[in-house]
Design a protein around this ligand. Structure first.
Ligand code: F6P
Length: 359
């Protein structure tokens, strides 16, 4: 019998824990006597003549603790099957045909696609075109409805908490208000979890529109009570009541969220007369070593993906529910964002800790 060969790729923004998935999938393959081919730069590696490397014990040794991905990745490229929020575009037929040729030439019998909502939309199209695809969810934003948790999120939250710890000491020394803008796109999970873990006083989320007057009142209330600083965490997708998210156009014609931190800082400074400083955490949240939780999730997701290939559960995606790795159809997973609900237990817990949401 010929050796089974499986392909794997990661697409979209990188995320701590990706290398743990690659390493785990490679070891699970080895155990079955299979071979794993890793495509470089996301789906682009599938373009003719094919750009890939063998993922085996040697090439994946010592990578679990490394951030990023040894395969490289791209956000955009020839395989974009999603444009903007909810709009679906199709990957062009000639691009699919190239991927088919690469896939066949390498004699692959399965393709694991690690990605967020956009990449999983492409994965779904490839599956519909007859590719034996298995998906692995990946995003620091933790905003996929179909899985309770994605690797990368915990590392991003740890980065936010660490930043708050550092900002806290300098803010307290200077009796300042500190505004920390964090990632998360349209979901406030990173801000909520990071803010809670880092002892924020105010957390502004996309899901709970805020008023500057309320935020300023909270700063002044703390001031009257003798607090030496106020820490405000603002999610990049947060917006003022009846306002819009702050976004800016990029050269490629897309819109990127960000910039709300500066505005919050200015508005709060003007209303309180306090000295305010703003820090945009940015891609620090995406870089660096994954936390132990993300390494473990990565290991479990990689092994589960190979199991799904072995069971020929094509068109399915690894999903983490109740501490178990399960599977769901990719078709049920895409275009369903999980956002913070204003009355969820985490928000209630934060309110019980006197954290203000500026609402
Ligand atoms: O989806 C992950 C994420 O890091 C978001 O939190 C953020 O808005 C975006 O990607 C940044 O993307 P880029 O790396 O393209 O700037």
């Amino acid at each position: 019998m010929t050796k089974k060969r499986i392909g794997i790729l990661n697409s979209g923004g990188d995320c701590p824990g990706l290398n743990a998935v690659l390493r785990a999938a490679s070891r699970a393959c080895e155990k079955l006597g299979w071979e794993l081919i890793g495509f470089r730069d996301g789906f682009e590696g599938l373009l003719l003549p094919g750009d890939y490397m063998i993922l085996d014990r040697r090439t994946t040794a010592g990578i679990m603790h490394l951030g990023g991905t040894i395969l490289g990745t791209v956000n955009k490229g020839h395989f974009v099957a999603k444009v903007g929020a909810g709009d679906r575009a199709q990957v062009p037929k000639e691009i699919i045909a190239q991927a088919r040729q690469t896939f066949d030439a390498l004699g692959l019998q399965g393709l694991i696609i690690i990605g967020g909502d956009g990449s999983l939309t492409t994965a779904l199209q490839l599956h519909e075109e007859g590719f034996p695809v298995v998906g692995v969810p990946k995003t620091i934003d933790n905003d996929l409805e179909a899985t309770a948790m994605t690797f990368g999120f915990d590392s991003a939250v740890a980065c936010v908490a660490d930043a708050l710890d550092r900002l806290h000491t300098t803010a307290t020394s200077h009796k300042r208000v500190m505004v920390l803008e964090v990632m998360g796109r349209h979901a406030g999970w990173i801000a909520l979890h990071g803010g809670l873990a880092g002892g924020a006083d105010v957390i502004l989320l996309p899901e709970i529109p805020f008023d500057y007057e309320k935020v300023a009142a909270e700063v002044m209330r703390r001031d009257r009570e003798g607090a030496k600083s106020t820490m405000i965490v603002v999610a990049e997708g947060a917006s003022v009541r009846h306002g819009h998210q702050h976004r800016h156009a990029t050269a490629s014609g897309e819109h990127r969220l960000g910039g709300i931190g500066e505005i919050v800082g200015r508005e709060v400074g003007e209303r309180t007369g306090k000295e305010v400083r703003t820090c945009i955490l940015g891609h620090l949240q995406r870089g660096g070593a994954p936390t132990t939780l993300d390494r473990i999730l990565g290991c479990r997701f990689g092994v589960k993906a190979i199991q799904l290939i072995a069971e020929e559960k094509f068109g399915s995606m690894v999903s983490y529910q109740n501490y178990q790795t399960l599977d769901v159809p990719i078709a049920h997973a895409v275009h369903k964002l999980r956002r913070v609900s204003a009355d969820c237990q985490m928000v209630e817990t934060a309110r019980s800790l006197a954290i203000s949401f500026g609402d």
